[in-house]
Ligand binder design. Structure first.
Ligand code: ATP
Length: 356
């Protein structure tokens, strides 16, 4: 396994930039995910690591080796794409063997490696099946086996689950994670699905518009977003524009444009938040942070919307004209109805401050 370093990488397409000024250090064996909305530059970055694009500026290293302009077949990478890119009329084994035949290994070695990799992805019984006789999930496991059989230094996965239905996605997600930790192969994963990213990754890079917005562990990105984009892209949140009214060592009191007064803790803030009296800060309060009934940051609201999903209930409540989204675990009690008045509160530690 190798580390992957991107130094000051920019990729331009004509005058437009695909990505700009990327700096990443992916550790050997790490599961590292590029996450962001469509067009943010995830695939462009992955393609540069693979060697399908060369960077306009900057350098790419695998460990200490500068690979910026090395051809893809010289990079010892395994790749899996969204659309599998398998040979449909060939068997599972023929597909898995492909990369080994290109490398001109002996027949016996190829057989041994194909057998081992086929059982690694739990397709023991399927060696002589044709690809077009397999389910989508099985096909994706063949694609994974084909990438892994060459024992790559780096595994690159570009939205590999997006053609699978919800249940298969979850199963294959677990499978990929299991394989990755078993093999310890450095993995770069591209997705626009934040749940997938959170569940699988050691670290996530959140991108927007060709720029990095934050790199961190799933917990850091969820609990301590550095900016408003990350706060709202990762999970759901209530973002409230406020003015700082009072600051002490332990507490920051703010007031929203609607006149809602809320208190948080100064330590619970992004570096971008200016917590001086009179400055503008944004609060991020997650829907699951609310409690029903009196408590700190108590508010009275009118229910606007109710959605029951079984495990939880989502409410939207109006407090002085601001609409808060709340998420409550279903405890079997009667649901609130639209128009009901409700008292809610938010613990101070769940109020998070962000900059402009
Ligand atoms: P998606 O999730 O939709 O695949 P993405 O995050 O992978 O999106 P990229 O495909 O990396 O985004 O694209 C980043 C930007 O670069 C986009 O604005 C895109 O239009 C542009 N771009 C990508 N490839 C090319 C190309 N070959 N020529 C011109 N522009 C391109």
């Amino acid at each position: 396994m190798k580390g992957v370093t991107l130094e000051n990488i920019t990729k331009k397409f004509g005058k437009a930039h695909g990505v700009a000024d990327l700096n990443i250090a992916i550790q050997p064996g790490e599961f590292f995910t590029f996450l962001g909305p469509s067009g943010c530059g995830k695939t462009t970055t992955l393609r540069m690591i693979a060697g399908f694009y060369f960077p306009t500026e900057g350098d790419i290293y695998f460990d200490d080796r500068n690979v910026s302009t090395l051809q893809p077949n010289k990079r010892e990478i395994g790749m899996v794409f969204q659309n599998y890119a398998l040979f449909p009329h060939m068997t599972v084994d023929e597909n898995i063997a492909f990369g080994l035949q290109v490398r001109k290994l002996s027949k016996a070695t190829i057989k041994e490696k194909v057998d081992r990799t086929r059982s690694l992805v739990r397709l023991e019984q399927y060696g002589s099946r044709k690809i077009n006789e397999l389910s989508g999930g099985q096909q994706q496991r063949v694609a994974l086996a084909r990438a892994l059989v060459i024992e790559p230094d780096i595994l690159l996965l570009d939205e590999p689950l997006s053609n699978l239905d919800a249940k298969l996605r979850e199963e294959t997600r677990v499978e990929i994670k299991r394989l990755q930790s078993e093999l310890g192969v450095t993995t770069v994963y591209v997705t626009h699905d934040q749940t997938e990213a959170m569940a699988m990754s050691d670290r996530i890079m959140v991108m927007e518009n060709g720029y990095v917005k934050q790199i961190g562990t799933p917990q850091a990105i969820y609990n301590r977003p550095e900016n408003r984009f990350v706060a709202s892209f990762i999970g759901e949140t209530n973002l409230i524009k406020t003015t700082v009214r009072q600051v002490t060592r332990d507490e920051v009191e703010v007031e929203s444009e609607e006149g809602i007064r809320l208190v948080g803790m100064p330590a619970n803030a992004a570096a971008s938040a200016d917590l001086r009296q009179g400055s503008t800060v944004y609060l991020s309060i997650r829907p699951e942070a609310f409690g029903i009934g009196p408590g700190p940051n108590e508010m009275l609201g009118r229910v606007q919307f109710v959605e029951f999903t079984g495990v939880s209930i989502q409410y939207v409540i109006d407090v002085k004209g601001f609409h808060f989204t709340l998420m409550m675990i279903n405890d079997g009690n009667e649901l609130l109805a639209i128009g009901d008045m409700i008292v809610v509160h938010v613990p101070l530690r769940n109020v998070y401050f962000l900059g402009e």
